[in-house]
Structures are given as structure tokens and as C-alpha cells.
Design a protein around this ligand. Sequence first.
Ligand code: PLP
Length: 397
Amino acid sequence: MFRQDFPILSRKIYGHQLVYLDNAATTQKPRTVIDAMTDEYLNVNANVHRGVHYLSQQATELMEQARETVRAFLGARSTSEIIFTRGTTESINLVAASFGQAFMSECDEIILTEMEHHSNIVPWQLLRTRARIIIKVCPITDDGHLDLEALSRLFTSRTRLLACTAVSNVLGTVNPLDAIINMAHDHDVPVLVDAAQAAPHIPIDVQSLDVDFLAFSGHKIYGPTGIGVLYGKEALLQQMPPFMGGGEMIGRVSFEHTTFNELPYKFEAGTPDYVACTGLARALDYVTDIGLDNIAAHEHDLVTYAIQRLREIPDMRIFGPSTAGVISFLVGNIHHLDLGTLLDRLGIAVRTGHHCAEPLMHRLGIEGTVRASFALYNTRAEVDTLVAAIERVRKMF
Ligand code: PLP
């Protein structure tokens, strides 16, 4: 499906047709995204927001159109709530620094979960060092779901935020955001959702979810690297101080006193990656044109088929429910790194290791896994190639 839109998929690796199954790390880019960015560099390029001249205004218009595309994609109320960042990591760091400064002090608590990516753990640990906050962790069940019972017991009068992923990048678990957000709001606790692994696979509507902050990365949804989004409710963002200082984010500056720009620019210091904003918008248009529901249905079919085929392999261990595009596994005693390296020699790109989720690896009692992750362009034939290659490697051991 749509493979011809992605030039890189025709590459050969070590003489084998590339089978790209590392989509949870980053997705490949359709030609329409590459063309839009090339066109902007060739024909429009000028720094945004500051120029009276034609090109600057055109570049600014493209960037603000991109913001509107993101707003529509997330179902946000206003473009004031859409902040461009470098990616999910920067978005979460922004909230940790700025929300932390505005709303959290010594002994205040944040709730995370055992299945978080490091980018939704370490920023809070940095805040803990600075502000002596307390980090509480919601456990997972043995089958890889959040333990909602345990979660409900973690809230106290000191809880200031719940930050959790929508989809586990290791287990493929799709967390029940409605229930989680309702539970948090019942305690008057806002929620930050890490949608890095959700945005490419599941339709998101921030207003119907009533989520307070939501982060995702452009490069995981067929867009360019170096661009991502933080959605935040305007009422909260208004009360939060800037994250970084510099150009764009100011009103007036003197050595005595500086005022800040309005939303969302207050949080966008310096020259933004405006060309990547255009690329991201084009990627979201691409996904929207195909339809996230259609993408989800295709990926569901692939993952279901892949699990069924992988289970035919003796000594196969699959971790988690693998619901959204991600399957983590180990085969017998073969080290994940050996398996990944040998699959690579057969042209198959998978990821190995702890997947930036070391606490989850500790919980599972393993060092790492092999992870195959799927996108709209993958096929059942590629699953067959993967399974045959694993069998070949297994027989070598
Ligand atoms: N959160 C999750 C669940 C992820 O899978 C990732 C990347 O793998 C991130 C956050 C970090 O994304 P980025 O490196 O694009 O900032």
C-alpha cells in the first residue's frame, strides 16, 4: 500500500530488498514531504516573523498554515495552543521546566508509569533535583497493561500532574486515555500525554479527550526530523513562564525588564525550523488523506498476522499486547543484538536493546528485546521475510 510514495523503500541492503521494520524509531518520508521542503528551500526561504519583505512573509505564512494544519489534526481549539518544538523530548522538557516552575514545589508529586520512555522520566528527575518534587510510578500488570487500580491509589492532595504515554514503544500497549484522564481530573490533576507512538497510528482529538498537554514528534509520523509539537490548554500555558529566552519569544526587551510575546510564540525562542514545519504539515495532510482509520486497520491486520506467524517459531517470547504497530520479542537464548545484527545482514531493519525504556526492562527482567514496528507501507510479504529470516538465524544458533 502506497509504497511507491516512499523512494527509500526500493533500496537494497547487502543485496537484499530493504524490509524496514524500525518505524517506531522513525518512519520513512513520502516524496510529497521531501518535495514540499525542497521547494521551500529553493523558492521561498527567508527567516520568519521578522521581515517586511515578500519572502519572509511567504515563509511566515507557510509556517502559520502548518500550525493550523496541526491544530486541525489534533482537534485543538486554537493555534495559540500549538507550540512547535524539536520533538516529543523537547515538548516534555518544556512542560517539566515551565509547568514545574509555575505549579510545583518541594514535596509536590508527579505520577509517571512503568512503561515510560526515558524522555518522560528524565525531565522529571531533573525537576526533582531542582525543586525536590516526588516521582510516583504506576506499575504495569504482567500482561503489559497499566494497573489502573494501583494508579487510582497514587493520587494525593500533593499530586500536581500525571504524565503517561498513550502507546508503549516497547509493548505496543494502547493505554485507556479516557479512563486515565477522567481519573486524574476527578482529583483535579492535569494530564500530559506522550503521543509519540500514538499519533502515527490512532486518531487523536485533544478536546474530546480533554487532555491538558500532548506531545508528538514529526519524524515518527512520516514528517521530517527536528520538528515536533506540544499541545497545551491555553489557560495553563498562559500561566506558565517561558522555557527558553531569545528572539521571537519577547514583547519588549531592556536590561531592566523584558516582557514576553503572546502564545504560542512565548514558547518558541529563536529561529524555528520553519521548513520542517511545512514538511510536518505535508506529512499530516498525507496521513489525513489516506485516513488514520485506514492506516490503523492495515497495521492491525499486519500486526495480527505477524504475531500469528512469529508464534510459529519455537522458543518465541513476545512481550506485551502489541496492539499498536509494535512487536517486541526474544527467541530462545539468542541475544537481541545478535539477532538484530544478523537480520540486518538479510536486509531487515529492526531495533534492538532497551528502547529507551530501561525501567520497563527491569520490570520485565530482561536487558532488551528485538522490536519490529510497522507503518502504513509494510506488507504481509515483509512479515513472511522477517519470519523466514528469524528461522534461518535460529538454526545457526
Ligand atoms: N516517547 C516515546 C513513547 C517514544 O517512543 C519516543 C521515541 O522513540 C519518544 C518519546 C522520544 O521522541 P523524540 O526522540 O522524537 O523526541
